[in-house]
Write a protein that binds this ligand. Sequence first.
Ligand SMILES: [Mg+2]
Length: 262
Amino acid sequence: MIKVVLFDLDGTVYLGGKLIKGANSLFRKLQKKGVPFAFMTNNSSIGPADYLEKLKSLNLPATKDNILTSCEAAKLMLDDLKLGPKIYVLGTKKFAEYLASVGFENTENNPSAVLVGFDKELTFDKLTAATRFVHKGVPLVASHPDLECPSPDGPLSDAGMILAAIKSSTGVGPKAIAGKPNRWIVKLAREKFGVKNDEIAIVGDRMSTDMRMAHKFGMKGVLVLSGVTKRADMKKFNFAPDVIVDSVADFKDDKVFSKLLN
Ligand SMILES: [Mg+2]
């Protein structure tokens, strides 16, 4: 029995800033049933408080308790790996501000880790500093692995591309990554909702992150075909989602809806 439903955002709940039809009626249906749900994102360019504003402005039923970001997963990862409180953040000011609010100091003075995020404010100096630390043996970690972030004008360079750039110089890849499809964002969901892995359903549009994570951690995987994945893409993977729907609008049908929770 599913006790919490986690929703990926881009390609699942909205596309290019526009809500996908049927999203809000699905949330109302879950609220009526008393099933908690949360919005889950790998995007670490803004912190959870800014995400709350963003989702509210789209009229989504977001609260401070139902948003899971790779920023918070990164905090759990740093704690688990005993890295910090001094770290070098290759990320936005907002990411560094969030990290400062949970006790991590962004500094070039002897950092214990280099943390890569979705750095929309990347500069030559920042990339050089991060690469030099990694050359010296400072552990490299990241909030999430995505190479690109979808946008209406074409993909944006994301954290995975920055990791690849650092590796091209140092030969060193990340020691750990916090967000989907990795364990810290799963731990974040378990801790926030007090549930076990098999009581979680993930609704998402990406096989390589959303569905891989569901498969890897024994959660229910619900693939929507409203984002990056087309039916033909599925044969490239050696696992399959538990449920496949065209979009969240399909859950209007009670028979389909029951597959989400049972
Ligand atoms: Mg997505």
